[in-house]
Ligand binder design. Sequence first.
Ligand code: PMP
Ligand code: GLN
Length: 381
Amino acid sequence: MNLISKQPNTGTTIFTVMSKLASEHEALNLSQGFPNFDCSPKLTELVNHYLKKGMNQYAPMAGIQSLREIIAQKVSDLYQVNYHPDSEVTVVSGATEALYAAITAIVHQGDEVILLEPCYDSYTPAITLNGGIPVYVTLTPENEYKIDWSIVKSKITEKTKLIILNTPHNPTGTVLSEEDLNRLSDILKDTNIFLISDEVYEHIIFDGLSHWSLLRNPVLKERSFICGSFGKTFHVTGWKVGYCLAPKQLSEEFRKVHQWLTFSTVTPIQYALADFLQEPENYLSIPQFYQEKRDKFLTCIQDSRFTFTPAKGSFFQCVNYEKITQENDYDLAIRLTKEIGVASIPVSVFYHQKNDFKILRFCFAKDDETLERAGEKLSKL
Ligand code: PMP
Ligand code: GLN
């Protein structure tokens, strides 16, 4: 067969590559971002309950009513903003679907989409598969990945349709501030440019910092698709349940894509999440829980030769290794997995030109023993 690939440059994702390598070499897997501990037993009990109760057929296309209602209630309580559960909240099969559906709903052939790199690996392919053109703003560790909004502004042309942001940020662990939102809204207020805000680490934020969701700024809210994921918040990345918040007109277009992509999302888990979200402590306890993980990991590597700025959010810590070696980050990540038994992610993979700033990303969503053992190995380098 003569198959012309639509993604000739796509290989296997780095997360799959590193997790496979970690398993082959029995390495501690601090690469792919997932917890190695289980979720609350209450949550699995709820899923069991709804499975046994026979909630096993298609959910409504937009998600079950009670889950959409409690999501709307939660954002109203946390940020004092309104999203109508019937027309502005959609439950989807993971944030990956939310991102893909939002990009597909918005991007026409030849539209430009501004991305701030390093960025999550699904953004660029979703844009190009839809005929869009990614336009990159490169953030660097020298500058602590701070966004220079004048550079973002300079990339805007009459073809710019969309900007994609991510806070708290994977892989860098940085977060947007209120000032960032103000600068962005000044730039966008008289434009027809849309926004996708990837906020899957909403509750994984440290040091008393506040999560500056784009929905907190009215100019940004009216043009934003806010993408969330329960996988991160409740330690259930394998469940792939997320949601998208967007004003009515945007949600209508979003749902048209969701309808053809997956149609609806796993039913018993939606019922379980709707119940679990009734208790705010289940998500309000998460920042403290993960701050302890971050601090544990940093204590474990404090005597190593890695240098770092503590992550402000997400479950990733980036470290610079130039005091140890000048190897490129990809080779080093592979070597450390094979030779010392600790797997990480080379941050160059999150740049479209694979810029190598000598940074590795470690996931600290691991039990204390794993973090201690990894710390011991890394401190010997
Ligand atoms: N965005 C970012 C920044 C992520 O780190 C992830 C992690 N997998 C996703 C989106 C995808 O989330 P989900 O697993 O809910 O599809
Ligand atoms: N978000 C996870 C990470 O950044 C990986 C998700 C995936 O494997 N697709 O590590």
